[in-house]
Ligand binder design. Structure first.
Ligand code: SF4
Ligand code: FES
Length: 296
C-alpha cells in the first residue's frame, strides 16, 4: 500500500492504482469519457485532469493514466488550473460534437458555457474519438475490426478501406462501451447491422421463443473463449447446434441436449431448470446451476 493525499485528505491505496481509481474509490468526483474500467487507459479526452503537487510546481496530468507508485503523492482534483483546463477541453469537445447528450450533461455539471467556442463540427456528429470501441474490439474481443484513420480534424474511427470489416463478429461490444451512442445496432430480417462500420451479419433464432439470439460468428467466438477459460462447455454459449450431449452429472437432461435445439439464454436456462427439477435432489449439481445462471 502507498499513501496519497487527495484534496487535503490522506488515504492508503494499493501500489500501482491510478490516481483516478484512487480518487473515485474514496468518493471524489472526476469526469471521464475515454476511460473504461475494463480497458487500458489512453488519456485522450483530457477531462480527468488533476494537479499533482500544487503551487508553482504543480503539474496537471490525466489521472486515468497516472499510477500511484510511491508514498506522498499530493493530488488536487479541483484546483483552478485543473478546472480551467478541464473546462477548455470540454468546450473543445462540445465545439466538435455539439449535439452529443453526454457532453451537454457534463457541460451542465461542470459549469461550462457551451457557446464559449464557435461550433466546429455538426449536430449529427456523435463520435468524440474516445477510442473505447477500438480498444474493446482489440483488447477484450481480440479482433481489429476498426481503427483510427486520418489525422487532425479528419480523424475518424473506421473499418479498413471503409468496407464491412472481415474481423467483425457482430458482438456489439463497441456499441456497449461507446459513451455517446455513435455506434448504432439494428436487427432486421434475421440480420444484425452495425453502423457506422457497415457490418451486416446473420443472426440465429431461438427454437423455442423465436427471439433473435446473436450472430453465428459471435457465438463461435464465445465458444473459443470458453475453451481458453476452462469454464464448463456451454456455460456461456447460447445453446449452439452441435448435437453434443452434456457431460455426465451436469444436472441437465441428456435427451433435451441431444435433440439439437438452438435456444436463447432465457429459454436454455428455463429448459435446464425444468430438467433439473425433474431429477432426484441427490443428483442435482448446484455448482452447475450457478454456472448457468451466470449467463444472461
Ligand atoms: S464511436 Fe463511440 S466509442 Fe468509438 S471513438 Fe467514437 S465515441 Fe468513442
Ligand atoms: S478519462 Fe482520462 S483522459 Fe479521458
Amino acid at each position: 500500500m502507498v499513501r496519497i493525499t487527495i484534496d487535503g485528505l490522506d488515504f492508503e491505496v494499493p501500489k500501482g492504482t491510478t490516481v483516478l481509481e484512487a480518487a473515485r474509490r474514496n468518493g471524489f468526483e472526476i469526469p471521464t469519457l475515454c476511460y473504461h474500467e475494463a480497458l487500458e487507459p489512453i488519456g485522450s479526452c483530457r477531462l480527468c485532469l488533476v494537479e499533482l503537487g500544487g503551487g508553482e510546481k504543480g503539474e496537471v496530468v490525466s489521472s486515468c493514466t497516472h499510477p500511484v507508485e510511491k508514498d506522498g503523492l499530493v493530488v488536487y482534483t479541483e484546483s483552478p488550473a485543473v478546472l480551467q483546463a478541464r473546462k477548455m477541453n470540454l468546450s473543445l469537445l462540445l465545439a466538435r460534437c455539439p449535439g452529443v447528450k453526454c457532453l451537454q450533461d457534463l457541460a451542465y455539471s461542470w459549469w461550462v458555457d457551451s457557446t464559449a467556442l464557435p461550433v466546429l463540427g455538426d449536430y449529427e456528429k456523435e463520435c468524440i474519438l474516445c477510442g473505447r470501441c477500438v480498444r474493446v474490439c482489440r483488447e477484450a474481443i481480440g479482433k481489429e475490426a476498426i481503427s483510427f484513420t486520418f489525422r487532425g480534424v479528419d480523424r475518424q474511427v473506421l473499418p479498413p478501406f471503409k468496407q464491412q470489416p472481415d474481423d467483425c463478429i457482430g458482438c456489439t461490444a463497441c456499441a456497449y462501451v461507446c459513451p455517446t451512442g455513435a455506434v448504432k445496432v439494428t436487427e432486421e430480417e434475421g440480420r444484425r447491422f452495425i453502423a457506422p462500420w457497415k457490418s451486416d451479419l446473420p443472426l440465429y433464432f431461438c427454437d423455442s421463443c423465436e427471439a433473435p439470439v446473436t450472430t453465428i460468428e459471435n457465438s463461435a467466438s464465445l465458444e473459443e473463449k470458453i475453451q481458453e477459460t476452462g469454464l464448463p462447455p456451454g456455460s456461456m454459449r447460447p445453446s449452439f447446434k452441435t448435437g453434443e450431449r452434456e457431460p455426465e452429472g451436469t444436472g441437465s437432461d441428456p435427451e433435451i441436449n441431444a435433440d439439437e435445439e438452438m435456444l436463447c439464454p432465457r429459454c436454455r436456462r428455463r429448459r435446464v431448470t425444468e430438467s433439473i427439477a425433474r431429477l432426484p435432489r441427490e443428483k442435482q449439481d448446484r455448482s452447475w446451476i450457478k454456472a448457468r445462471q451466470g449467463y444472461k
